[in-house]
Design a protein around this ligand. Structure first.
Ligand code: ATP
Ligand code: MG
Length: 716
């Protein structure tokens, strides 16, 4: 069946074609990275529309990102003609749900012009509620409550659905109470948050049989990409909508499930056959994306996971370079190296847009940004702010700017009540009035106003204390290094404590960013020099037309592909993340490993992994250990390289200072790293394996760096 000359079938392999042509009944396409799942799904969409099996408006097609939806729309348009471009139900779960909810908002007590609030607003609302209920926000941070509410919504739970344990999770059994208050407050504001979009629609489907039926009739076909990362509420949704036709086609890869921290359940894909009996399972094994070396490296790595279905992948693409694993001295060498490599690509006539740096954590981007600006290499950061534009960094910079320049009103306004000191909008208004009347900066006005009784005593005292802090910091700036000053200010202002109290993954990321900021400052002699650097960096926006290198997180890169992929920071504690190691469970480490698999399989032609022997953290050199994932890469597929450029002199300096060539290793060895030797990593994964293991090259790197350093010195 199917004329292979039809544009949407052209070039597809037999199982892909099977997936396209099996239009009726449940279909599961379960296959590894780069096997053409998304391509087949796109062709299927074109086929359904072009053969008039359904109107574009009768197909629900869910992608993981808005970008993926846009691309799919364009491709289908090219294959099946422009009629499809009006596909109203092609988008992310959230986009689709938002559209539906506009039509039925009144059922859940909203108006159709409801607003969707962002995380900032969400937090502000929750804070108000916590205050109005006289709960101690320090003990029960709003962010924690926000995290719980998200989790509940991701699992399709309304306040009344919470069991005792869930209810206990906040403020000693007040979980459901606060969740309910929050929902009521949102309703009063004619607003909902992201999680509500899906939950409200699920509630409507459950409650209003007519509405559910109308959608069931409408959607003749349902398709979902990246099904392994659907969460419970999305799953419930699909199960309701796919009845009774069961014309549902989902595609995914259990090895690429990387969002369990956001409520995704890989079990959804594993139980598809049970949910939809008689499902046709299609496996794709030919990879069209990567060289055999890249593919084998990724497959070898993911083999170390126990919870997986397992699959074979092969490619006809000709042999290419091995995956390079480069050990560098430290983070700045890592940035220099990738910068050099990127310039090398340009010299080889390769466009920078064909290359990407994929990082594990946002803080990692800073060193690259600084370097690329220095050498004039155009880059863009996708799915996140540039380092110096992030809220916490802007806050920290605002403090520093006011210290350096007391008349910096914007900086002053930004932080005068961050963290919360009880200085409200009224007080600020008075400051403004006074400042305008006298023609003086806000900080000066603050001092003067404290001499009057314009402000209530409490506000006056708080403001005075803040101004004294600033005076003290300004003095400290004369003697402390910029980095020390930053740490002092962040600690003494209560900013660090505010983030520490939040205990969320996001707050942990913000704290990481702040240490990274301090680290960046270590390279500057004066605060002024650093602030000038920042303003230059901020001003350095790549133009849209420019050919740019992409920097993004591994999570964000799911589904994408690049000819050249750089993967920096493959060190224990960075990747796998410290969080995953601390949690210790197999589960979080296996998810990190899947992330590594996703990362490597983004590469079409060349993949370069880097790890640094040292990271400077809080002004201390800390020796780091190459990631366990480096060890797990099959030896035959990788090419190891270590460098010492830039490192030797530092090493020598440390050696001569301490008289001990291993001083920095011994001193800075973090407690968590244990003794390296057979099985040390297994032990770290709380699954001790007594069989002696080969200690591969990478594992010995700290020692071999030392040996190499000695040779250098002997020669020199
Ligand atoms: P991921 O798991 O990373 O999302 P995927 O399985 O969705 O990968 P696609 O992105 O659809 O894979 O395809 C990977 C690459 O292979 C794309 O560049 C695509 O154009 C190409 N491709 C897919 N199918 C074929 C085919 N039959 N012939 C040639 N190239 C193909
Ligand atoms: Mg895909």
């Amino acid at each position: 069946a199917g004329n292979p000359q039809e544009p949407w079938l052209f070039g597809l392999n037999p199982p892909q074609r099977d997936a396209v042509l099996t239009t009726e009944g449940p279909v599961l396409m379960l296959a590894g990275a780069g096997t053409g799942k998304t391509a087949a799904l796109t062709a299927r969409l074109a086929h359904l529309v072009a053969t008039r099996r359904a109107w574009p408006s009768e197909i629900l097609c869910v992608t993981f990102t808005n970008k993926a939806a846009r691309e799919m729309r364009e491709r289908v348009g090219r294959m099946a003609g422009p009629a499809v471009e009006g596909m109203p139900w092609l988008g992310t779960f959230h986009a689709v749900a938002a559209k539906m909810l506009r039509r039925h908002a009144e059922i859940v007590g909203l108006q159709s012009n409801y607003t969707i609030i962002d995380t900032d607003d969400q937090l502000r609302l929750l804070k108000q509620l916590i205050q109005s209920e006289n709960l101690d926000e320090k003990r029960w941070p709003a962010r924690q409550l926000a995290g719980l509410i998200d989790r509940w919504k991701n699992r399709g739970l309304n306040p009344a659905d919470l069991d005792a344990a869930e209810n206990e999770a906040y403020a000693n059994g007040k979980g459901a109470h606060f969740y309910g208050l929050y929902q009521n407050r949102l309703k009063a504001l004619n607003a909902c948050d992201f999680g509500d979009l899906l939950l409200h629609m699920l509630n409507i489907f459950r409650r209003e049989k007519d509405i559910l039926d109308s959608y069931r009739q409408r959607f003749k076909y349902i398709m979902v990409d990246e099904y392994q990362d659907t969460n419970v509420v999305q799953y419930l949704w699909l199960r309701l909508l796919a009845q009774p036709r069961h014309n549902i086609c989902v595609v995914g890869d259990d090895d690429q499930s990387i969002y369990s921290w956001r409520g995704a359940e890989v079990a959804n894909i594993l139980r598809f056959e049970k949910d939809f009996p008689g499902a046709k399972v299609i496996k794709l094994e030919q990879n069209y994306r990567s060289t055999p070396e890249i593919l084998a490296a990724a497959s070898g790595l993911i083999d170390a996971n126990s919870e997986r279905l397992g699959k074979t992948l092969w490619t006809e693409i000709g042999s290419g370079e091995k995956v390079r694993v480069i050990g560098v001295w430290d983070g700045s060498e890592e940035a220099r190296r990738i910068g050099d490599e990127a310039e090398g690509l340009t010299r080889r006539g390769i466009k920078l847009s064909q290359a990407a740096i994929l990082v594990r954590a946002q803080f990692q981007t800073r060193e690259f940004e600084d370097r690329f600006i220095q050498i004039g290499l155009p880059y863009k950061i996708i799915g996140g702010f540039r380092f110096y534009e992030r809220a916490e960094i802007r806050d920290a910079l605002a403090y520093l700017r006011v210290i350096a320049q007391p008349s910096d009103d914007l900086g002053f306004e930004r932080i005068y009540n961050t963290p919360k000191r009880g200085l409200g909008a009224k007080a600020l208004e008075k400051l403004h009035v006074h400042a305008r009347a006298q023609g003086i900066p806000l900080a000066q006005a603050a001092l003067e106003i404290c001499d009057t009784d314009e402000l209530p005593a409490r506000g006056r005292n708080t403001l005075l204390a803040l101004m004294r802090d600033f005076a003290r910091w300004r003095e400290a700036a004369q003697t402390l290094s910029p980095a020390e000053l930053a740490r002092t200010v962040l600690d003494e202002s209560g900013y660090t404590a505010m983030l520490q109290a939040e205990k969320s993954a996001e707050a942990a990321g913000r704290l990481e960013n702040l240490s990274e900021l301090a680290r960046a400052m270590e390279e500057y002699e004066t605060l002024g020099a650093f602030l000038e650097h920042v303003s230059l960096v901020m001003d350095n926006d790549a133009k849209d037309t420019e050919d740019t290198l992409t920097i993004m997180t591994m999570h964000g890169a799911k589904g994408l592909e690049f000819d050249h992929v750089f993967l920096p920071g493959w060190e224990e504690g960075v990747f796998p993340s410290q969080r995953a190691i601390d949690e210790g469970g197999l589960k979080s480490l296996e998810e990190e490993r899947r992330l590594a698999y996703v990362a490597i399989t983004r590469a079409r032609r060349e993949c370069t992994i880097l790890h640094a022997a040292n990271r400077r953290i809080y002004g201390q050199w800390t020796s780091s250990i190459p990631s366990r994932f480096v060890e797990e890469l099959p030896e035959a597929m990788i090419e190891m390289e270590t460098t010492m450029t830039g490192g030797a002199s530092l090493w020598r300096a440390q050696w001569s200072e301490s008289g001990d060539p291993f001083a920095h290793v011994a001193k800075a060895q973090p407690a968590r790293t244990m003794t390296r030797g057979p099985g040390w990593q297994r032990a770290a994964a709380s699954e001790y394996d007594p069989t002696p293991r080969r200690i591969p090259e990478a594992r010995r790197s700290a020692a071999s760096f030392a040996a190499k350093a000695r040779t250098d010195i002997a020669i020199g």
